[in-house]
Design a protein around this ligand. Structure first.
Ligand code: G6P
Length: 608
């Protein structure tokens, strides 16, 4: 979704802004723009193309203070006039992430005051509001604070004024924003990856904070306008972790990073002899002893990981578990059980619906909250009592891969810890699970060796328009995840069904043009799944079966069987995810789509 970069320096900031925007491209956008202050004038360039096009358009622009933006359209179509920065009277320029809910009312007021709107965006009201206070003599900081007081909604903003060549004002509420602290230069960004080339020192703004940034100073004020100190951290992100390196796409790189990402996520546990609640936070033991059920809230891929976890939690830990789509839960009237542990799962930790669902749960009286998340300092982490950080490293490809499998690893640990506390795990079982977890990275590595075979299989999908994914039990959510991956990046319409539901509808769709992909691990449901697959074959449907080594399934006419190296028991969903990620990737390559930045999608959905 939208991205922000800003800089104030003794050197020309345009290359810094452009490089930052390039780093933010992965979040998804449809237009980009920047503005710099140069000799008391605002110089702006905007484009509906990629950042590389904006780079060409800004070739003649230089300045020591500037703000830049990638836009993912919400109010108003993707167009140059709607691209940020938005300006007021050639004096004030603003970039904004988020949504201003009362913008129509503000627009009417500002129009009555004589302001002329040149875009369809909600953001433009902020530029005119700041202008209205600034022209009456308020400082840029106070003009921004007075403007923010009038806004209802979510925002991260950057503001500059033409006659204020060394000052950048920024603020956040509901959308992430951080300060990058350099030597004789300071920065703002919605995501640290944008600033890695210029600094590693980061100050995370908190909800409602407003900051005033100069070349060698910065001051932060809280929502009440009181000056506050916010701690400076040194980012652990490395440039390499956000570089493509030898890979053609980030998605492929991230699929291949899974053995290491899993090893990192499991490091503390795999190096110890037993499982302790403390891996979920200091207060975990106390919380876990008070709970009698689990409620998982998440969106997209993270929701699919929750669906897998429900099976583990109920079967291994014997604890009732519900999984809800965050955007539904937040508006649903539900019955809260104060003894429920609310688990939010989110790669980014900033997904607006998941955050709102967490706050809704808290407002409903839920006190036990746990975030499983890939981004330290994210809003979801900060607003939850307990936390587990997946250590997948930055995920750039919009289609989530390593974040998903590391979430599963974290959720499996949660299951084991709860099972142990509830007396459902013998010491022998605990040791066996720890042994399996230590083996997991190499088991995933072995599945990656199927790469070439899967790329060949993908050729058969190039001309297809639909696909059906089937799975049962623990692997039904993996079928869902496989279908989600395929539709996200290849634009093939893909649906997933629990295989037992086949004859209750989807079988009507099966013919030779509808490939059916089956997730077929060697578990107790295998024989039932095989019967379901017969039903498909009998209707002329072409089958692609991902089976374990000893399932005794053979390829035959219309049936392609891909043998997985081993059966991983409860951890099998993690292994079975990998070939479906590769399949989606190679089908997208066949179709020539933009793998890392699929149309209309955003990496981090920070608006509702
Ligand atoms: C977007 C992304 C998905 C992701 C979902 C939830 O839709 O494109 O890949 O699964 O958001 O994101 P989160 O960061 O909360 O896991």
């Amino acid at each position: 979704m939208c991205g922000i970069v800003g800089a104030v320096a003794k050197r020309n900031v345009v290359p810094i802004l452009l490089q930052g925007l390039q780093r933010l491209e992965y979040r998804g956008y449809d237009s980009a723009g920047l503005v710099v202050v140069n000799q008391a004038k605002l110089e702006r360039a905007r484009s509906t193309g990629r950042v590389v096009e904006l780079t060409q358009r800004s070739a003649a622009i230089t300045g020591h203070l500037g703000i830049a933006h990638t836009r993912w359209a919400t109010h108003g179509v993707p167009s140059e006039r709607n691209a940020h920065p938005h300006m007021s009277d050639e004096l004030i320029a603003v970039v904004h992430n988020g949504i201003i809910e009362n913008y129509e009312e503000l627009r009417t007021d500002l129009t009555a005051q004589g302001y002329v709107f040149t875009s369809d965006t909600d953001t433009e009201v902020i530029a005119h509001l700041v202008h209205s206070f600034y022209k009456k003599g308020a400082s840029l900081l106070h003009a921004t604070q007075s403007s923010l007081a009038k806004l209802i909604g979510a925002y991260a903003i950057g503001v500059v004024a033409a006659n204020n060549p060394e000052q950048l004002i920024c603020a956040r509420k509901g959308s992430p924003l951080l300060l990058g602290i350099g030597e004789n230069e300071n920065f703002i960004a919605s995501d640290m990856s944008a600033l890695l080339a210029v600094t590693k020192n980061v100050v995370y703004l908190e909800e409602g904070d407003v900051a005033e940034i100069g070349i060698d100073t910065y001051r932060v004020f809280d929502a009440q306008g009181k000056a506050v100190q916010r701690q400076m951290h040194v980012s652990e992100l490395t440039n390499d972790s956000v570089e493509l390196g030898e890979y053609r796409h980030y998605m492929l790189k991230e699929i291949y990073e899974q053995p290491q990402a899993l090893a990192n996520t499991l490091e503390a546990v795999c190096n110890s002899q037993s499982l302790v609640p403390g891996i979920f936070g200091a207060e975990a033991a106390a919380s876990f002893s008070q709970i009698d059920s689990i409620l998982i809230l998440a969106c997209g891929t993270s929701h699919n990981s929750g669906l897998v976890a429900r099976n583990w939690l109920e079967e291994i830990a014997g604890i009732p578990c519900n999984v809800e789509i965050a955007s539904e839960y937040r508006y649903r009237v539900s019955v809260a059980n104060p003894k429920t542990l609310v688990v939010t799962i989110s790669q980014s930790g900033e997904t607006a619906d998941t955050l709102a669902a967490l706050n809704h749960a808290k407002a409903n009286g839920h006190q036990h909250t746990l975030a499983i998340c890939n981004v330290p300092e994210s809003a979801i982490i900060r607003q939850s009592k307990l936390r587990f950080l997946t250590r997948a490293g930055p995920e750039i490809g919009v289609a989530s891969t390593k974040a998903f499998t590391t979430q599963l690893a974290g959720l499996f640990l949660l299951t084991l810890v709860l099972a142990k506390l509830r007396g459902k795990l013998t010491s022998k079982q605990e040791q066996q699970h720890l042994h399996d977890l230590r083996h997991l990275p190499s088991a995933v590595q072995a599945v990656l060796n199927l790469d070439t075979s899967i790329s060949k299989l993908a050729e058969k999908f190039a001309n297809k328009h639909h696909a059906l994914f089937l799975g049962r039990g623990l692997h039904y959510p993996i079928a869902l995840e496989g279908a989600l991956k395929l539709k996200e990046i290849s634009y093939i319409h893909a649906e997933a069904y629990p295989a037992g539901e086949l004859k209750h509808g989807p079988l009507a769709l099966v013919d030779k043009d509808m490939p059916v992909i089956a997730v077929a691990p060697n578990d107790t449901l295998l024989e039932k799944l095989k019967s379901n697959l017969q039903e498909v074959r009998a209707r002329g449907g072409e089958l692609f079966v991902f089976a374990d080594a000893n399932t005794r399934m053979q390829s035959s006419d219309g049936v392609s069987v891909m043998q997985m190296p081993e059966h991983a028991g409860f951890l099998s969903p993690i292994l079975h995810t990998i070939p479906l990620q590769l399949l989606a990737y190679y089908v997208a390559l066949q179709k020539g789509t933009d793998v890392d930045k699929p149309r209309n999608l955003a990496k981090s959905v920070t608006v509702e």
